[in-house]
Design a protein around this ligand. Sequence first.
Ligand SMILES: [Zn+2]
Ligand SMILES: [Zn+2]
Length: 188
Amino acid sequence: MANTTSSHAPLEGGCACGTLRYRLETTPLFVHCCHCTYCQREEGTAFAINAMIESSFLTLLTPTSPLIVDTPSESGLGQRIARCPKCFVAIWSYYGGMGPVVSFVRVGTLDDPNRSPPDIHIYTGTKQDWVILPQGVPAVEEYYDQNIYWPKESLARKESIRPQLQAYRRSLEERMRQVEQVIKDASS
Ligand SMILES: [Zn+2]
Ligand SMILES: [Zn+2]
């Protein structure tokens, strides 16, 4: 599968007021254009474009930490949106399945968003009627299997962060067990 992601790393970007600036130290793993209703509502527009990258390759260039805001998502697992604490522009998200290990960077905050066009259109079942999808870019009604669509290089990079992803999922399961115990204790 062709990956249209540009190979001219690094990419830089930032919020509207300049308090947060960041750099992508390598090319994104994959770029989603998401047409789900949650993204439409949260962006206030037709879709969200997110460049997925290992969080270890996302460098904050400014001293201020982003504000992390818990927000619902289409998957039901929720997302944590990193926003500028001053102008509140959303810079990246952590999603349920991959947690803080992978950052979903908002492509519109890049200085040159043309260098990270979508590799796939997802949740096209709910896309706005006027949006015409481009020829030659994969499009799926809902979500997709990474093994089918991701380029080999990105799958290899995912393989190398498997230990961190597994540790994150174990911590999620542990938290779920604790929540279930609290519920059990409260109802007994
Ligand atoms: Zn700002
Ligand atoms: Zn979405």
